[in-house]
Design a protein around this ligand. Structure first.
Ligand code: DC
Length: 224
């Protein structure tokens, strides 16, 4: 029998801080990291580049199977992401890629086509997996499951700050609206909707900084 690889899942809506928290915990433990949202974003970017209709389930599923991506860990917790050999680390973070990813992620055969690709990240000595359905679907027997959330206003404020720092011209009210729309789509879709696994611990990060969230998760892992 193959030895079971320990997995910690961190699920939640966008902007709750999952990405940063997952990267810090993976680095602390010396474990592998799966940013599953990046895989959906890569598929979205590939579809945009190839002009694939976002409602064409068949073509999108083919593209999901063929997707040629590489995750190259850098110093610290940074990861360089390549699509067909091209560095798209920054390009996949745009609002357009995020919104397109959220749309195509609602298609069941697309999700199925990406399932094994995600499970393959579970390698020795362990995996921290960040996404929407890590604890409910992809790694449903994970040892520790976290659901990290925060109010839509707080998540929009964080995003606003990030975008302002990059000197993008943004509007806070429009961001709140966009986040609420994306939440609604992610939580109400028929397949793998965003929700805490029954055995997940829920952490609301609205009034916590990243270090406090990391501390709470590390304490929880100690108890598992
Ligand atoms: O975490 P993120 O914002 O990078 O994810 C982008 C979109 O991908 C998100 O709106 C929904 C989808 N997604 C998903 O359906 N399942 C996952 N495990 C991760 C992301």
């Amino acid at each position: 029998m193959t030895k079971e690889i320990p997995v910690i899942t961190i699920d939640g809506p966008s902007g709750a801080g999952k990405g940063s928290v997952a990267a810090i915990i993976a680095e602390k433990l010396g474990w592998n990291l799966l940013d599953s949202g990046a895989i959906y974003r890569l598929l979205a970017l590939s579809a945009i580049k190839k002009n694939i209709d976002f409602e064409n389930s068949e073509l999108l599923t083919e593209e999901a199977k063929r997707l040629n991506v590489e995750f190259i860990p850098q110093k610290g917790s940074e990861i360089r992401i390549l699509l067909d050999g091209e560095d798209v680390t920054g390009e996949i973070r745009t609002e357009k890629c995020g919104n397109t990813a959220s749309k195509i992620a609602a298609i069941l055969p697309v999700r199925d086509a990406l399932l094994q690709r995600q499970r393959d990240f579970a390698k020795e000595p362990g995996l921290v997996a960040d996404g929407r359905d890590m604890g409910t679907v992809v790694f449903s027997s994970a040892a520790a499951k976290i659901f990290l959330t925060a109010s839509a206003e707080e998540r929009a404020k964080r995003r606003y700050k990030q975008l302002k720092q990059k000197e993008f011209n943004v509007n806070l009210a429009a961001l709140v609206k966009e986040i609420e729309e994306r939440d609604l789509r992610d939580t109400t879709r028929k397949v793998a909707p965003l929700k805490p696994a029954e055995d997940a611990i829920v952490i609301d990060s609205s009034n916590l900084d990243i270090d406090q969230v990391v501390q709470q998760i590390m304490q929880h892992i100690d108890l598992v």
